[in-house]
Design a protein around this ligand. Structure first.
Ligand SMILES: C[C@](O)(CO)[C@H](O)COP(=O)(O)OP(=O)(O)OC[C@H]1O[C@@H](n2ccc(N)nc2=O)[C@H](O)[C@@H]1O
Ligand SMILES: Nc1ncnc2c1ncn2[C@@H]1O[C@H](COP(=O)(O)OP(=O)(O)OP(=O)(O)O)[C@@H](O)[C@H]1O
Length: 312
């Protein structure tokens, strides 16, 4: 490495988890994916991704469930950095990627996708590529179906296999309680299970419900609660039957709405306000229905640079 590069400061990006407020899944496509109509919503459960100039490519992960995340080329943050470098060989140089994880791993909250988006934004800045979010979308789509949304954040309508995202107008902030399950669920296995459960059923092309977007525009918590919907919930409950009683417990304990997040097994509850969210989180733990519980607020922005780390 040249001394010029060695002296560059590292770049840290904060990137949020997502909830699918609505997730409608179409029939399987010839490419193995499913067409989706979804409303993504970014919440303030976040990972931090730092990229630093290095002699060799590498990645390490810290956080509660760090041991569940690979520290090799299969790490989505490192894969994202290498993909971007491959397309910009004249400016890119090796980096070490450090991921500080708060987002549940394999929880249906797009943690790996968030880290990939974080690495794209951080490397774009470190290497001076000047691509910005618009220029990074093509790389995001190649990395995974949820990566594009992690770049934009907020609340957005997703289509295609999830990679086409259009921001949605919303009013107000929404208070969530996030219940983390023990162990994860693999996203492909949940899609396979929904196909199995639907055998013999007519599956329409997915379309978003206008009522949900209207509730978001009006800041109508109860209206939003009534529209929360996830086609993959049935599959997640089929693979992990104990999840249904967690969802039912939260609704009994005062949540205005609740559903499985994406492919699960995380369950999210919508609360009336901040106080109700804290009360619900405590009640879920006290009742024994849940052990790992977070409160979260949305919408929040997508991947954002938060600091430049001076070289050691
Ligand atoms: C469940 C969601 O989180 C909802 O936002 C996403 O659809 C999943 O997004 P993701 O984890 O980024 O998924 P990808 O890495 O793109 O795909 C993993 C696997 O999930 C299945 N998959 C994913 C997205 C999609 N629209 N249809 C699918 O069938 C495919 O088997 C695919 O091979
Ligand atoms: N940076 C990363 N963070 C988390 N998991 C990663 C990462 N890189 C690779 N993985 C692998 O990806 C798998 C899925 O992890 P992830 O946390 O993204 O799941 P998820 O939240 O269910 O994804 P989605 O909601 O997008 O379907 C993990 O089991 C892990 O082995």
């Amino acid at each position: 490495m040249t001394s010029h590069v060695e002296n560059l400061p590292g770049v840290t990006v904060r990137v949020p988890a997502k909830i699918n407020l609505e997730l409608r899944v179409g029939p399987p496509r010839p490419d193995g994916y499913h067409g989706l109509a979804t409303v993504f919503h970014a919440v303030d459960l976040v990972d931090h991704v730092t990229v630093t100039p290095a002699e060799r490519w590498g990645v390490d992960v810290e956080g509660t469930d760090a041991h569940l995340v690979p520290e090799d080329d299969s790490n989505l943050a490192l894969a994202a950095a290498k993909m971007l470098a491959g397309a910009h060989t004249e400016k890119a140089f090796p980096v070490h990627v450090h991921v500080c994880k708060q987002i549940p791993v394999a929880g249906g909250m797009a943690g790996g996708s968030a880290d990939a988006a974080g690495a794209l934004v951080a490397c774009d800045a470190l290497w001076g590529l000047g691509l910005g979010v618009e220029g990074l979308h093509e790389y995001a789509a190649r990395l995974g179906s949820d990566v594009n949304f992690a770049l934009v954040g907020g609340t957005a309508v997703g289509s295609g296999r999830g990679e086409n995202v259009v921001p949605a107008l919303t009013a107000g902030r929404y208070e969530w309680v996030v219940v983390q399950a023990e162990g994860g669920l693999s996203t492909p296995s949940v899609f396979r299970e929904i196909d199995r459960l639907r055998e013999g059923r007519e599956v329409p092309e997915p379309r978003p419900a206008p009522e949900l977007l209207a509730a978001l525009r009006q800041g109508d918590v109860e209206g939003l609660a009534a529209c929360l919907y996830n086609d993959l919930e049935e599959a997640a409950f089929s693979l992990r039957p104990e999840l249904e009683s967690v969802r039912d417990a939260g609704l009994m304990l005062g949540a205005v709405g609740g559903l499985v997040s994406g492919s699960g097994p995380t369950i999210v509850f919508l609360a009336r306000d901040r106080h109700s969210a804290c009360d619900l989180a405590a009640a879920l733990v006290n009742s024994g229905a849940a052990t790992r519980v977070h409160t979260a607020v949305g919408p929040v922005p997508g991947a954002q640079i938060v600091e430049s780390t001076p070289p050691a």
